[in-house]
Design a protein around this ligand. Structure first.
Ligand SMILES: [Zn+2]
Ligand SMILES: [Zn+2]
Ligand SMILES: [Zn+2]
Length: 436
């Protein structure tokens, strides 16, 4: 610990600007969000160095533009500093020169370094501009021997908290994956930081319900369909609900089919209602994880099997990625439910008369076969009419089109042009113009 304490210098607090580029360097402070038990709060670290992708040796400086670039995959290595309020006025916080243990439950002395040092994706950090002060403020109970030290205005820390929280997109399903990127700490006495009255401070006040621990049902649990009330085992619920969704979208639903509640505009594939957040994440290893705050989220669902038509479970409505939507801070693409893909494209990506280019992977991902529609009690006439209205190709056309594209030379566009009708009604918009 001493060596960490002695390693810092206080003579480098000038604005960091080199050749007109802003940069961050070893010894600088940066704010970031951290999970402390069920809480998400602000922490400030002192930078030890920067780990660039594929490099073993830490760098001592990094350009801010690079740190903000998700493609660069830079990690900030640092130690969390202990902050106390400077005075009863609550206008600023001072560092008492101590660092914070990341795990008070760990008693392994050999892991000393690891107990204090953490690595953080640089896109999750927010540079701070403290001032160097030589003595405590009047009215402060802080120890004079800890000075000179940093002083950071409360306003600056609150702003950092707000900006960092917003960057995780708390209103979207991406919050689920983004929060998983945050480091965590087992030291509830140290974080959240306490204000001068010992009240927890600088923490996220309204954590969305989806981030709170939730009890999940098992696949065998028998639950009522929230749309029609029929008792269904959870592992079959997605298939059951998928039938309601597809019949509603094809206007083939029986008049009293959903007597409990009507289907959402952008329905959750697990329960059929609006407002559930579900995120599909693809791991580097190729594995797939699905996170959801839906009460009917079937955790054991096998993605590949669920996405495949079978006689016993015809519904292939699974979370897929929209490659057109901008990605989030974690680079995670937007998740949509397969059956909602057309609604999503029309509501999110149709700008005036400029048709969106649809990557062909999405075209394939969103394709529903006639076999599936038939198994979900949609007549062939209805499917044909719907496909014609929206200019959706059949399976054979889609396969032919993709094969033809495969045979063409590389370097050509990986997208398919769309041909919207002249109608102002987006519902009549045409997705693309390849006849069946
Ligand atoms: Zn039902
Ligand atoms: Zn749901
Ligand atoms: Zn999209």
């Amino acid at each position: 610990m001493e060596s960490f304490l002695n390693s810092r210098k206080h003579d480098e607090l000038d604005p960091d600007n080199m050749n007109g580029q802003d940069f961050m360097k070893k010894g600088d402070p940066a704010a970031f969000l951290i999970q402390s038990g069920p809480k998400i709060c602000l922490a400030v670290l002192e930078v030890i160095g920067f780990r660039f992708k594929g490099e073993r040796v830490l760098k001592t400086t990094a350009v801010i533009d690079d740190l903000e670039d998700t493609d660069k995959q830079i990690k900030i290595v640092g130690q969390i500093i202990c902050l106390s309020m400077s005075s009863p006025k609550k206008e600023s916080w001072d560092w008492n020169k101590h660092y914070m243990s990341l795990d008070i439950d760990s008693h392994d002395k050999r892991l000393m370094h690891r107990q204090y040092v953490l690595e953080l994706a640089s896109v999750l950090a927010y540079p701070l501009a403290p001032s160097l002060v030589t003595r405590p403020l009047s009215g402060s109970k802080l120890n004079e021997s800890d000075y000179p030290t940093w002083r950071i205005p409360s306003e600056q820390l609150q702003l950092a908290l707000d900006i960092l929280w917003d960057s995780l997109e708390p209103e979207s399903e991406k919050i689920l994956g983004n929060v998983a990127l945050l480091p965590s700490i087992t030291n509830p006495a140290a974080l959240p930081y306490r204000d001068i009255d010992e009240n927890e401070s600088l923490l996220v006040k309204d954590i969305p319900g989806c981030l709170l621990p939730q009890q999940k049902y098992s696949g065998k649990d028998i639950l009522p369909c929230l749309l029609c009330g029929e008792l269904t085992v959870l592992k079959d619920m997605r298939n059951h609900v998928g039938g309601h969704i597809l019949r509603t979208f094809r206007e083939s639903d029986a008049p009293d089919e959903c007597i409990q509640q009507s289907i959402g505009d952008n329905p959750c594939g697990f329960c059929g209602l609006d407002n559930c957040l579900t995120q599909l994440l693809q791991k580097k290893s190729g594995g797939i994880t699905i996170t959801s705050n839906c009460q009917y989220h079937y955790v054991q669902m096998q993605y590949q099997a669920a996405a495949k038509f079978s006689r016993s479970s015809p519904c292939t409505n699974v979370p897929i990625h929209c490659p057109i939507c901008p990605t989030s801070v974690s680079k995670a693409p937007q998740t949509i439910w397969k059956y909602n893909a057309l609604f999503h494209l029309l509501s999110e990506h149709a700008t005036g008369f400029t048709p969106p280019k649809i990557p062909r992977k999405l075209l394939a991902d969103m394709h529903i076969t006639k076999e599936e529609e038939k198994a979900l009690k949609i007549t062939e006439e209805v499917t044909d009419a719907w496909r014609e209205e929206h200019n959706i190709p059949g399976t054979e056309s889609l396969l032919e089109m993709m094969q033809a594209e495969d045979m063409q030379k590389r370097g050509r566009s990986d997208t398919v042009s769309t041909a919207f009708s002249d109608s102002h009604d987006p519902k009549r918009a045409r997705i693309y113009a390849i006849p069946e």
